[in-house]
Design a binder for this molecule. Structure first.
Ligand code: PLP
Ligand code: COI
Length: 356
């Protein structure tokens, strides 16, 4: 073991898994890099972070994560340009959101330098795993969970912050078919919907399984009280184009404040696209589908980037979206990915160079 200049303890993997990875056929988040960052919270403080070979972790059966689901995560990507320089995108927003989630789940907040120094050191060590093929990137999963033990239903006294990375291809194989959900809810007023809490995702699996059995890929969540307004999808914020106006719902304590969502809103406004952030009723979207003014629907998120929706289902009827030439989804996706992969100027200051 030796200590890096940033006071991170580094233990290098003895052998690399790089040759086992088929970079031409990458799935999403299913193969992992050689190392991971681990940082323990004990006795009221975060300890020195360690980078160790990627490996299983051992936990007490009474660790509170297993019983009370005290866990949060983030989703980010690292990109490589043609000259092998490595970039992140709006990474400090992910750190801020991790701490917003931490507060809501009574998890101790993580200082920015632990997050950034840990992440940049890890990326430099595992840089060979960052794919260069178009549409591929290194998916980064920072997460914190309650490792402290005890069956008492109260916050744990110990936590683990881990960053694991997975060279990844697209999240969706093609266009997405969604079902507008009216029975189950993802989140509620005063709840934890705005946090990236593990349980928010577990609670979606069963309703999503029911939708998958009916031939859809994803559920579109509506508000929990009236089920009249479109909120977001399982892992994406939702955009709807009616005529030439781009609509998305306002964030609230029920909806995740997506970094892709806010980037798209800013880019769209710069392109002169009329945007409206307001409640969008299902009735309005169905009426627009029927009268031909519904032009596009797409999801937006780090994993999904910009994912066009081909069809939405509502109360037993499927509504197909038209194929629109010069569609907003492609235009916005190209602009955002050109910034991420260092193919264009970044007038917004969103791109962060990790290393040359
Ligand atoms: N909504 C949910 C529920 C998500 O899990 C995600 C993914 O992170 C998003 C929206 C999109 O957020 P972002 O663009 O920050 O990745
Ligand atoms: C992301 O887009 O990074 C997410 O966190 C979505 C994830 C649930 C796959």
């Amino acid at each position: 073991m030796n200590t890096s200049t940033k006071n991170i303890i580094v233990e290098k993997a003895k052998t690399s898994k790089i040759n086992e990875i088929d970079f031409d056929n990458l799935a999403f988040g299913s193969v992992f890099t050689d190392h991971m960052l681990v940082c323990d919270y004990k006795n009221g403080a975060w300890e020195t972070p360690k980078i160790v070979p990627y490996q299983p972790i051992t936990l007490e059966p009474s660790s509170k994560i297993f019983h009370y689901g005290q866990s949060i995560f983030e989703g980010m990507k690292a990109y490589k340009d043609e000259n092998d320089a490595i970039f992140l995108f709006r990474q400090l927003d992910n750190h801020k959101r991790l701490n917003i989630s931490a507060r809501r789940m009574a998890i101790p907040e993580l200082p920015e330098e632990y997050f950034m120094d840990g992440l940049t050191t890890l990326l430099q060590m595992d840089e060979a795993f960052i794919p260069k093929a178009s549409g591929s990137s290194l998916y980064i999963r920072p997460f914190i969970f309650a490792s402290g033990k005890g069956f008492h239903a109260s916050p744990a006294d110990e936590y683990k912050f881990i960053i694991a990375c997975a060279p990844s291809g697209s999240y969706f194989a093609g266009k997405v078919k969604v079902l507008i959900e009216e029975t189950y809810s993802r989140s509620a007023n005063g709840g934890v919907g705005y946090a990236k809490a593990g349980g928010n995702y577990a609670g979606q699996f069963y309703p999503t399984q029911l939708a998958v059995q009916k031939g859809y890929n994803q559920v579109i969540w509506t508000d929990d009280t009236s089920h009249e307004y479109i909120e977001e999808a399982g892992a994406m914020n939702i955009f709807i184009r009616i005529n030439d106006t781009l609509l998305t719902g306002p964030t609230s304590d029920r909806i995740l404040d997506g970094i892709t969502r806010k980037s798209i809103l800013e880019i769209a406004e710069d392109l002169g696209i009329k945007t409206e952030v307001r409640k969008i009723s299902v009735t309005e979207v169905v009426a627009a589908a029927k009268n031909g003014t519904l032009k596009e629907m797409f999801g937006a998120g780090t994993a999904a980037v910009v994912s066009p929706i081909s069809t939405f289902g509502y109360r037993g009827t499927d509504y197909d979206l038209p194929e629109v030439k010069d569609n907003y989804a492609s235009k916005l996706k190209n602009i955002i990915t050109d910034i991420q992969y260092n193919k264009s100027e970044d007038k917004y200051g969103w791109r962060f160079k990790v290393t040359d």
